[in-house]
Design a protein around this ligand. Structure first.
Ligand code: ADP
Length: 398
C-alpha cells in the first residue's frame, strides 16, 4: 500500500482535504461546507453523494466524515505519513513551514491576534487531526512565510515605530505558497535556476494579491497586515483612503459595520451591486450591465497600477505571471490590464491570450513585448503536500 500525504485547509465554516501519493499526484479531494449550520454537508470531489453533517457537528466531525468516506472508497487504508495544514498567519516567527509540536502550536496561537478570523480555526483543524491521527507528523505551512524576505522599507508602514515594536503592525503579505510556486514553476518552464529568477506574480482568485520576486525571494507584495490591502477582490475593497474611517464614523458607521463593509460588501460585489464572481460579471457586462463593466475596469486598472509599482523592487524581469481562477481563465481581464501597460513595454499577443488553455500555451506575450507574460495554474495544495512530506521526513531522520 503506497504512503499518502493529507492536506487540510480549515476555514471558519469550511474544511477542505486533499490526498496525495508521495510522488505528489493528487488522488482525491473533499470538502465540508456550512459547518455548524443547519444545512452542513460534506462531499468527495467526483462523487455525487453528499454526506450529511449534524447541525452541531464541528470541524472534527466534518474531518472524520471525510476521512471515513476516503476509507470507504479504498483511498486511505492506513494513516498518512504526513499531514500538511494551511495556516494563514505565521507573523515574524515563521520564515518557513514548521513541524507541529507544542511550542509551534503556542506560537501559532500567539499569531492569532494578527489573524483572529483565521488562525484560531486553523488550530481547531490541527487539534482535530491530532486526535484522529495520533503520532502522525503534522506540518504547518504559512501563507505569510514566503514574504518574510521583504526588506524593511517594503514591510514598514509610515506609522509611529511603537505600533510595529509593540503590536507587530507591518506588511506581512499572504498567498505565499502560490507566489513561491509561481517562482519555481517559472524557473522550471524557462529552464533557469530559481535563485536567479525574477518575476511579478499576480494571484487573482476570490482573494487577489501581487508579489515582486527577485532572485527567488519575495521583495514586495500588495497584501499587508491583513489580506484586505492591495488589489480589488471579490468582496474586499483592497486599498482605500484611511481617511474614510473618520468620514464613515461621522455618518454613524461603527467598527463592526466597517469591517463588514470592507471585507464582505465591497470589491467586485460592491462595485457591481450584483456578484463577486468574475465570470458572471463578464457575462453581465456583455449584456450591457454598466456597473459590472465598471467593476471589471476598476479591477484591471488597479491591477495594472500594481504591476507597474512592483517594478520598483526589481532589477530584471523574467516574466509577469498570471494565476488563480481569474488570472488563469479570464483573457478579458488580462487584456484590459495589459492595455494600461504599453509604456512599460508589456504587450500581449491577442490570439495567444484568447487561446490560452485550449492549446496549453503558457506564454502569451507578443513578439515585441519587452518582457515575457505567462499563465500558470496554481496548485497550493500540492505545495503544502510537498512541504509536509519534506519536513516530516527530515523530522523523522533527526
Ligand atoms: P479561490 O480564491 O476561492 O481559490 P479561484 O482561484 O477559484 O478562487 O477563483 C475564483 C474566481 O475565478 C471567480 O471570480 C471566478 O468567476 C473566476 N473565474 C473562473 N473561471 C473564469 C473564467 N472563465 N472567466 C472569468 N473568471 C473566471
Amino acid at each position: 500500500m503506497e504512503a499518502m500525504v493529507l492536506v487540510i485547509n480549515c476555514g471558519s465554516s469550511s474544511l477542505k482535504v486533499a490526498l496525495f501519493d508521495t510522488s505528489l499526484n493528487k488522488l482525491a479531494a473533499g470538502l465540508a461546507e456550512r459547518i455548524g449550520g443547519p444545512d452542513a454537508f460534506a462531499s468527495l470531489t467526483g462523487t455525487r453523494d453528499t454526506l450529511p453533517l449534524a447541525t452541531n457537528a464541528g470541524h472534527k466531525e466534518a474531518l472524520q466524515t471525510l476521512i471515513d468516506a476516503l476509507r470507504a472508497q479504498g483511498l486511505l487504508r492506513e494513516a498518512p505519513v504526513a499531514i500538511g495544514h494551511r495556516v494563514v498567519h505565521g507573523g515574524e516567527t515563521f520564515r518557513e513551514a514548521a513541524l507541529i509540536n507544542n511550542p509551534v502550536l503556542s506560537a501559532i496561537h500567539e499569531c492569532a491576534s494578527l489573524a483572529p478570523l483565521h488562525n484560531p480555526v486553523n488550530l481547531v483543524g490541527i487539534e482535530a487531526t491530532r486526535e484522529l491521527f495520533p503520532g502522525v507528523s503534522q506540518v504547518a505551512v504559512f501563507d505569510t512565510a514566503f514574504h518574510q524576505t521583504l526588506p524593511d522599507y517594503a514591510y514598514r508602514y509610515a506609522l509611529p515605530e511603537r505600533l510595529y515594536k509593540d503590536w507587530g503592525v507591518r506588511r506581512y503579505g499572504f498567498h505565499g505558497t502560490s507566489h513561491s510556486f509561481m517562482a519555481s514553476e517559472t524557473a522550471r518552464l524557462l529552464n533557469q535556476s530559481p535563485e536567479t529568477t525574477s518575476i511579478i506574480s499576480a494571484h487573482l482568485g476570490n482573494g487577489c494579491s501581487i508579489t515582486a520576486i527577485r532572485d527567488g525571494a519575495s521583495v514586495d507584495t500588495s497584501m499587508g497586515l491583513t489580506p484586505l490591502e492591495g488589489l480589488v477582490m471579490g468582496t474586499r475593497s483592497g486599498d482605500i483612503d484611511p481617511g474614510l474611517f473618520d468620514f464613515l464614523r461621522s455618518k454613524g458607521i461603527n467598527a463592526e459595520d466597517l469591517h463588514r463593509l470592507l471585507n464582505h460588501d465591497s470589491g467586485l460585489l460592491g462595485l457591481s451591486g450584483e456578484t463577486n464572481d468574475m465570470r458572471s460579471l463578464c457575462e453581465l457586462a456583455e449584456q450591457g450591465h454598466e456597473a459590472s463593466a465598471l467593476a471589471i475596469e476598476v479591477f484591471c486598472f488597479r491591477l495594472a497600477r500594481y504591476i507597474a509599482a512592483m517594478m520598483a523592487s526589481l532589477t530584471r524581469l523574467d516574466a509577469l505571471v498570471f494565476t488563480g481562477g481569474i488570472g488563469e481563465n479570464s483573457a478579458l481581464v488580462r487584456s484590459k490590464t495589459l492595455a494600461h501597460l504599453s509604456l512599460v513595454g508589456l504587450s500581449l499577443d491577442a490570439e495567444r491570450n484568447r487561446d490560452h488553455g485550449k492549446q496549453r500555451e503558457y506564454r502569451i506575450e507578443s513578439g515585441d513585448s519587452r518582457f515575457r507574460i505567462l499563465v500558470i495554474p496554481t496548485n497550493e495544495e500540492r505545495v503544502i503536500a510537498s512541504e509536509a512530506l519534506t519536513i516530516a521526513r527530515s523530522g523523522a531522520s533527526h
